[in-house]
Write a protein that binds this ligand. Structure first.
Ligand SMILES: [Fe+2]
Length: 459
């Protein structure tokens, strides 16, 4: 090759790299400065979560200002006679570019079956009001839980309404499961918004979660906001480089596994997660397996694909008969039950669900794999788990049932799925306002043709 031709090729490559970096700089590297904040001197952002056994332990975390010397928790049995028990926590100071606050965390273990507890917390001598939580009856094998997708909410947004609606439908829900992106950006103010959306429910129903990309600082090596692992003190049973982010809980007959999909930033970290997941699945003796992660294996959003996640995890999900894979990130709704499994003797693979609870709306991609799709709407999801079945429902913020199915597990461990969902409706498939604004007439027409073809294929 002539020297001038080589030079031209290298110049072209350099130009392409510069162009891509210029276009993607904000997406990949830019972290807007965090506005100054002042932590409250009183206990704030009190959260019930769980780093141990969901059946009989709870973590309570909260925040205060950096002058607080000690966090205190008082616990009393409300539904039985008991003296108040005291616990203390040293402050864990977290400093960011916007300010600093003290985090407190207390883990309570050996709680009694079928009992209600009351607790309050203090920053030194400044006490919160009392809150209650319930420990389920260990003899009862059935339970319900709430699933919410990305929040990334503005003040007085919809996520709080969705959580309220969900908890009214399932007042005895054992926990709320989030799939990351609870905040828009790792700033104190956005954490404040998430806690506003949870209101007092965050003090009474435990929250479990997996991190999303919006909780990470951008960069060549992305870093999780340390406030995430301070609010959400999760089990330390994950792979060494993902402690408190990838982890699992066993509750009654179900194993819940969180995979930090955003933390997969290199081949070694991908293999670390995969090897860990394989060993956790191998050692699972529970009847049901629910995996949750921020990024979905099967995208519902236009222009997105998660080939690397399918390459890493799909064969494991099929081999070990995972029942449900819950995800977010795509800001639309999708549910797939007909994904072919890689296991020859197992007809039914996991049900894949993508959802969100955010005012941010992305356009759907009309994937053949999805049985239900929705744009322009946020949802809340309810699961009722029984010995031999799981019942699922997805609901709009108006409380309308959008999706519904039951998984029955037969005596051989095969899943049979019955769908009760209302028929697909065109109003849930319309392009978003943003798509209409930014697209040409021919692109909008193409969208409508894809929409009609998808609707026809699902009739
Ligand atoms: Fe996301």
């Amino acid at each position: 090759m002539k020297r001038t031709t080589k030079k031209t090729i290298w110049a072209g490559i350099t130009l392409v790299i510069i162009l891509v970096l210029w276009l993607k700089w904000d997406n990949w590297f830019y972290n807007p400065a965090e506005p100054h904040f002042q932590a409250s001197i009183n206990p704030s952002r009190i959260l019930l979560t769980c780093s141990g056994n969901l059946s009989d332990s709870r973590d309570i975390t909260w925040e205060g200002d950096t002058l607080t010397k000690q966090g205190i928790l008082q616990l009393a049995g409300k539904s039985f006679q008991s003296d108040t028990t005291g616990f203390t926590s040293k402050p864990n100071i977290i400093r960011t570019s916007g300010g600093a606050s003290a985090f407190f965390r207390i883990r309570i273990e050996n709680l009694r079956s079928d009992q209600t507890y009351s607790y309050r917390v203090a920053n030194d001598n400044r006490w919160s009001e009392w809150s209650d939580f319930k420990i389920a009856n260990k003899a009862d094998s059935t339970f319900s839980f709430i699933f919410l997708g990305d929040v990334q909410d503005s003040i007085n947004g919809i996520a709080g309404n969705l959580l309220q609606e969900a908890s009214l439908s399932r007042p005895n829900a054992s926990f709320v499961l989030y799939v990351g992106d609870m905040i828009e950006r790792p700033h104190d103010a956005y954490w404040g918004e998430w806690f506003r959306s949870g209101g007092t429910l965050f003090r009474t129903i435990p929250v479990i979660a997996t991190p999303g990309n919006h909780e990470y600082y951008k960069g060549i090596i992305q870093k999780l906001d340390p406030r995430w692992t301070s609010h959400l003190t999760l089990p330390q049973n994950g792979p060494p480089n993902f402690l408190g982010r990838s982890c699992y809980w066993d509750f009654k007959q179900t194993r819940f596994i969180s995979i930090d999909s955003n933390g997969i930033q290199s081949i070694p970290s991908a293999l670390e997660q995969r090897n860990w997941l394989k060993s956790v699945l191998e050692q699972t003796h529970q009847k049901w397996i629910v995996v949750f992660m921020h990024h979905p294996l099967y995208s519902t959003s236009r222009g997105r694909d998660y080939f690397y996640l399918r390459t890493l995890f799909k064969s494991l999900f099929d081999q070990y008969h995972v029942d449900l894979v819950l995800a977010g990130h795509d800001h639309s709704y999708g549910r797939a039950i007909h994904i072919p499994t890689t296991e020859q003797n197992h007809k039914q693979g996991p049900v894949y669900i993508v959802s969100h609870a955010s005012p941010k709306l992305y356009d759907i991609n009309f994937s053949d794999k999805m049985d239900k799709l929705a744009s322009n709407t946020a949802m809340f999801q309810l699961f009722d788990v029984y010995n031999d079945s799981i019942q699922f429902g997805a609901y709009t913020s108006q409380g309308d049932n959008f999706d519904r199915f039951t998984i029955h597990k037969d005596h051989l461990g095969n899943n049979i799925i019955t769908q009760y969902a209302p028929p697909n409706e065109s109003k849930f498939l319309m392009p978003t306002g943003n798509f209409i604004r930014k697209s040409s007439k021919s692109e909008i027409e193409k969208y409508r043709l894809e929409m009609r073809a998808w609707e026809k294929s699902k009739e």
